[in-house]
Design a protein around this ligand. Sequence first.
Ligand code: ADP
Length: 397
Amino acid sequence: MKTITSLEDLIGIEHCKLGFYQELQQKVEQLKKSNTELEKKRKEIQAVLDGITDLMLVLSDDLRIQRVNHVFTKWFPGIDPIGKHCHEIFRQSGEKCKKCPAVRSLDLNEIVKDCRIYKVNGEYKHFDIVASPLKTGPTGERKVLIFKRDVTRDKKLQSQFNQAEKMATVGALAAGVAHEINNPLAAISGFAEGLQRRIRKIKDDIDPEIAEDFTEYTETILKECIRCRDIVQTLLTFSRPIAATLSPININGCVNDTLFILKHHFKKQRNVTLVTELAPDLPLIMGDESQLKQVIINLFSNAYDATEDGGEVRVETRPGAKGGVELVVSDTGCGIAKEHLDKLFEPFFTTKRVGKGVGIGLSTCYSIVNNHNGEITVSSEQGKGASFKVFLPGTEL
Ligand code: ADP
């Protein structure tokens, strides 16, 4: 049977449609609003993440990198880490690291803290690492969030502080001992000289062989006394303030004066090439000329001692940071064992044979440079040579 659509029916349908569209429009408005809110929140979270200066990464349970923050690109420019194992990226190794903090955190399901050393941009750096297991999602996937903080600078400052403390303690002790030794030393050399005078008087009345022995023994006593006196004098540098003798100094002048004397002395003995590269127009520094010359002598003598015939000792000066200057003494000699690097500046540390080294050259350099508010550092690879760098601040500091 044919039904006829009445006007009321049509109005009813349109009315329904209108209601539906109005509802739809309201929903669209709500969605737009919550999208804007979400975008605002996303930007806020992103800003917080961008503000984090530690390297952050998320690892899967097989240690593949899933996410990294912006710090990664700064540390490893041009490397895409996603999907790669973390040990491939950080250690260039196909093997998991021993006692890996990420693995331990996943196994224990708790936060694990550790510190490690990696090479980043060709430089070894210290990192504090925190690994936190991520709460597993509905799929039960296990992940771990890693934070790596570069603490290289803190470590360096800490070790400088420790070194300064150690030097202050040992230095004060050494200076105290030196002071105490001065009096008996003066007595020994005084009596040795007295004996010499008496031997000269009775020389003709005694057996010539005995007279000769006495002369030789007293000469040796005096020679050794002079050596001890020199050591004592050097040790006293540890506690001696230098403020009174500071004046504006051209470091190149110091280097030239010192090398002029040393060059002739050393050249006679062995075939070691001396190369000097002194930067012109260096800023003046405030210093004690004789003490700075002592630093150059000590560094140069060590470099020379370490270098074989045919090797090279290089003395360089160049402008340093903050209007200061840098003095570098390097050699192609035997180099320094890794385990000795920490001990070099300690008084009485020596690897030279008895009679050849006392172990106060570098500790004296350290004290002098420290008294000039400067810094002395060493880098060395065993078998390839060593390089000592002295930084001295400029006059404006
Ligand atoms: P000494 O020269 O009396 O041993 P120093 O304090 O000057 O005392 O040096 C301490 C030690 O540091 C040396 O015995 C040596 O082992 C090491 N050393 C210093 N300079 C160098 C160098 N240029 N190359 C290799 N080793 C060095």
